[in-house]
Design a protein around this ligand. Structure first.
Ligand code: ATP
Length: 289
């Protein structure tokens, strides 16, 4: 038996950092939504009691450093499973890009093993397990659109954003999330208005959604990597309605309503950036089906 799971990327429509907690985590407020760019995860039972990661992507580790491996290990340990599994990861999401690729793979493994091993765990239980792996995994268990608070693990479902196209552009640099947070000076930031973003989604107001996007980490990454600002400027010149860096970057996304305009931006950016994608915003939980 072989089991398939889709692991979609996310973008942040709003990312705010409120303060650093005594436990060293940052208290965040993020509006996240899934987009139509997914890794494909294939789970196959193994006779041997081991976890085997198979991937053709050279940036993806095939041992315990892989978040998908950690997810399988956690399920095995928590529920004393003595069976093995091979996890094949077909990577489509750029790695270390601010798109939660690794977290989404881990979430897909949690969902998939729940089925493969008949564990009958609820999404809430899977999200709780996911939190032990990384702060973004809980959101990825549900997908859709959500407000994530705490260190990112507390999830409140939000309405699906108005339909639109997303142009993603990833400069060919990797960014360490940890390094970006270390360089963040909370005394000198412009906080996005998360409540107004939530209101825009509740009203289904595309223009207001575009007006309210914001990411407190963007100036930090831009300062370290000039490419981020350059790509943002190009996207605006080519006609994006709103432009923002996702997560800790370096991927930049632009929003537009017309497909033709999305392709115009795509064509304009191809000269500056190797990895450019035109995709749809998904934003509802059925996107995982
Ligand atoms: P986030 O948006 O949650 O900060 P990201 O998109 O910036 O995540 P990932 O693509 O998840 O970053 O990769 C970050 C690091 O995690 C990489 O350096 C990679 O070596 C490691 N990693 C572990 N597991 C995976 C995986 N399944 N896919 C991709 N990278 C993984």
């Amino acid at each position: 038996m072989r089991l398939l799971e889709k692991a979609p990327a996310k973008i942040n429509l709003a990312l705010d950092v409120l303060y650093k907690r005594p436990d060293e985590y940052h208290e965040v407020e993020m509006v996240m939504t899934t987009v139509d760019l997914s890794d494909r995860i294939e789970l196959s039972p193994l006779r041997e009691d081991e976890i085997r990661i198979v991937s053709e992507n050279r940036f993806v580790p095939n041992d315990q450093r892989n978040l998908a491996y950690q997810a399988a290990q956690l399920v095995k340990n928590t529920y004393q499973i003595r069976e093995g599994v091979e996890i094949f990861i077909e990577k489509q999401i750029p790695v270390a890009a601010g798109l939660a690729g690794g977290s989404s793979d881990a979430a897909a493994v949690l969902r998939g093993l729940n089925r493969l091993w008949d564990l009958e765990l609820t999404a809430e239980q899977l999200a709780e397990l996911g939190t032990q792996i990384g702060s973004d995994v809980a959101f990825c268990v549900y997908g859709g659109t959500a407000l994530a608070t705490g260190r990112g693990e507390q999830i409140r479902e939000l309405p699906t954003p108005p339909p639109c196209w997303v142009v993603l552009a990833k400069p060919s640099i990797g960014v360490s999330t940890q390094a970006i947070y270390q360089n963040l000076n909370l005394n000198d930031v412009q906080h996005p208005d998360t409540q107004k973003m939530i209101q825009a989604l509740e009203d289904g107001d595309y223009n207001e959604m575009c007006a309210r996007i914001g990411n407190v980490l963007e100036p930090v990454t831009s300062q370290l990597h000039a490419e981020v600002g350059q790509i943002k400027n190009h996207m605006k010149e080519f006609g994006a309605d709103a432009v923002l860096m996702s997560g800790s970057g370096p991927t930049v996304f632009g929003l537009v309503q017309q497909e033709s305009r999305a392709h115009r931006i795509y064509n304009g950016l191809r000269g500056f950036c190797e990895e450019v994608y035109v995709i749809r915003m998904l934003g509802n939980r059925h996107a995982l089906d």
